[in-house]
Write a protein of this length. Sequence first.
Length: 404
Amino acid sequence: MRVDDEYPTTPMRRIPQRRDDQRSSLVAGVLGLVLIATPLIVFSQVPGTGDAPPEGSSTLQQAQVSAQPAAAVQLTGDRDVVLFARAQDGSVLRHLHSSSPIEPDHGWVNLGGSAAGDPVAVTDAFGRLAAFFVGTDGALWMSPDVSPTAAAAPWRELGGPDLTGRPAAVQDARGRLAVVARSADGTLWESHQTEPAGETWSDWRDLAAHSSTDPAIHRDPRGVLRVFAVGADGRMAVLSQTGLGTWSEPTDLGGSLTTSPSVVVDRDGRLQVFARGADGSLQHNAETNPGAGWAGWHSAGGDVAGPPLAVLDARGTVVVFAATPRGAVEHTWGVEALRHGLNKWVSIGGNTAELTAVTKDALDELVVFAIGKRGGMEEAHQENPAAGPWSTWSTEPGGVFIPD
């Protein structure tokens, strides 16, 4: 594998937070003028989803259609990093992480609930953070607003056929949330909002596919929802949305995989997918063109202990993180990963029991969260956007958690 895009080692000046805020205010003002002149129109490119807007459709002009799927960490519209985790008693915890080196984190807030698996959050069509978890009763539970700036909305049961694990969620091209989860027998099920930010959800639909690990769902640049799942035989299947509530038959992508997939859309609009292979290496597959064809599985090496996490950095580089059996966190990256492969693995240290989440913060620096072997949440971050060096691991997020 070729080192085609190493992070620069020349230190970059860290921009004061106040200047970032001033710049953001200026950009927001300009965008506000643009939006006044040109209302945002939300539409679908997915066959069968261009149905008439619901009553009161004028509210759709305010919709915020985000392509980011649900995850344990999200960056809000206010550029706050918000982390979600499951407490030892099953309640859902929310943590507001500060991007400023001089401001402390805000501690953990108990949002209640009785979660059997890890919670995830996703932005809805009105910019609120909606959270989901599979409960100890096997049903899916949702709170429509767990944003740190608002009082958490009560949890609502959405049902489900004996679900387990961590659900996957994303907005469709019209801003409706769609959720995929697996049942105890491995069957994949899907449910979705009938209108953006609405309270009504569809009945659960059997996707005619099975998964032995938690599935992943992503919206591609054409607006099509894609579901990825690893079966008991280690082979990955992908399903494509064909209309509102309708899905294609599973397409077999092959492989010999042992973990949940991690999916990212690269800067050319191609989906790239990663998972741990049966030999412990990172396995990588990617579309050859956006929405068409797959290159096949390639090993990116490494010594991977659990599910990897993939993300785009500030320069549009695909960066993949994984924990090793010794507890260190390593990462690899590449701009032209499909053509030239990924770079050599580089460790950022740590003594982790479980890699939890990764995101870009308000300064466009990557932040990694992991449960340490002592049970507390820990954090490490880049000192500059899309560049090293990395900070030492901080135990400031704190808390006490049981790794899955």
